[in-house]
Write a protein that binds this ligand. Structure first.
Ligand SMILES: Cc1cc2nc3c(=O)[nH]c(=O)nc-3n(C[C@H](O)[C@H](O)[C@H](O)COP(=O)(O)O)c2cc1C
Length: 347
């Protein structure tokens, strides 16, 4: 398959998306597509670039990087689940210095828009990561992965407490170029996600990434032991989509001006549309790339068709559209693109 695949054009005819304007403005970053990769599911984009042109994505969101190189958790660290998977990779990575020198340099040379995900075990580590990135430059935004255990607080996950989530975001904001948007990536494993969103927005987050994986566990009934060496892991894939859509909906309703990157089980254009209708400006595709590396490109094409089929010319007009009042009119879809004509998406 050629690398020219396919973002911005249909499979057979590159012009057949004409009429669906797929550009979005994410916190002031102009993007040709609302489709991004999800952190941790496409490394720094190098491998995916063999399947499609990653510069046509809205942005590559890189695997969360920490200060020092890390080997991650012991294996096994992946387990399939009904409509999803469980992982306990444990933030394996080369450390920030090597990331800047190799991965970020490659992304810049390739011309890809880049959102860098960072993770730390203390607030100070996040500060130091932000300072190193400020010195390096060459990226569009920072995504702050706060679903990490806080070693200064008995391993409690930063994202699960409003106060610790805010401390991290404040530290990153303080040590970053003030023009760089910061997206706080929240965990759904909380009682009230709006409360956490409120605290990180007040601490200086420009936008929110919703959602990280849900904490889960699988027991192997033949060994009668936990399936993962790390015992628990993060649940991702279609199984979590309704939870993710609910989180996007609730946060959008509370903070309609705050840009959201939505994710959780997106594997078709229609799934992406659902997130945008709920209020996401852009969406990240994660688990889907493990069985279809071209998924981000395919989903872009499918979303363009979904937009046209509903009688819209711009994908931006659909952001948050599900929040309109019940009696607002629905545009009439053009006859030539009736939904059932291209109902090729398999569920
Ligand atoms: C194997 C794997 C590794 C992940 N690593 C990260 C990571 O490093 N940082 C992060 O913020 N999220 C990470 N995630 C979470 C994803 O970015 C995403 O939030 C989540 O999987 C939901 O999207 P999905 O269902 O499309 O995968 C990872 C997910 C998977 C499956």
């Amino acid at each position: 398959m050629s690398r020219a695949l396919i973002l911005g054009g249909s499979r057979s005819n590159p012009d057949s998306n004409a009429g669906a304007d797929m550009q979005v403005d994410l916190a002031g970053i102009p993007m040709p597509s609302p489709i991004l990769t999800a952190s941790g599911c496409a490394a720094a984009g190098r491998e995916l670039d063999g399947f499609f042109d990653i510069t046509r994505l809205g942005a590559v969101v890189t695997k969360s990087i920490m200060l020092k190189p890390r080997a991650g958790r012991a294996t096994p660290r992946m387990s399939e689940t009904p409509s999803g998977m469980l992982n306990s990779i444990g933030l394996q990575g080369p450390g920030i210095d090597s990331f800047i020198e190799n991965d970020l340099a490659w992304l810049n040379q390739r011309g890809a828009r880049t959102i860098i995900s960072i993770a730390g075990e203390t607030v100070d580590e996040y500060s130091r990561l932000a300072s190193k990135l400020r010195a390096a430059g060459g990226f569009e935004a920072i995504e702050v992965n706060i679903s990490c255990p806080n070693v200064a607080d008995r391993g409690q996950v930063f994202a699960c407490r409003a106060e610790s989530a805010a401390q991290v975001v404040q530290a990153v904001r303080r040590n970053s170029d003030s023009r760089v948007p910061i997206f706080a990536k929240l965990s759904p494993d909380v009682t009230d996600i709006v409360e956490i969103a409120d605290s990180v927005i007040k601490a200086g987050a420009t936008g929110l990434s919703l959602i990280n994986t849900l904490l889960g566990m699988v027991i192997d009934t033949s060994t009668m032991r936990p399936a993962l060496a790390g015992v628990t892991g993060g649940l991702s894939g279609p199984a979590i989509r309704p939870v993710a859509v609910r989180c996007v909906w609730q946060v959008r309703q509370a903070f309609p001006q705050v840009p959201i990157i939505g994710m959780g089980g997106i594997r078709s254009g229609r799934d992406a549309l659902e997130f945008m209708l709920a209020g996401a400006t852009a969406v990240s595709v994660g688990t889907a790339v493990f069985n279809d590396p071209k998924a981000p490109a395919r989903i872009h094409d499918e979303l363009a068709q979904e937009v046209k089929a509903r009688g819209f010319s711009k994908v931006e007009d659909l952001i948050g559209y599900a929040h309109r009042s019940e009696d607002a009119p629905i545009p009439v879809a053009p006859e030539s693109s009736a939904l059932d004509e291209w109902d090729f998406i398999t569920e």
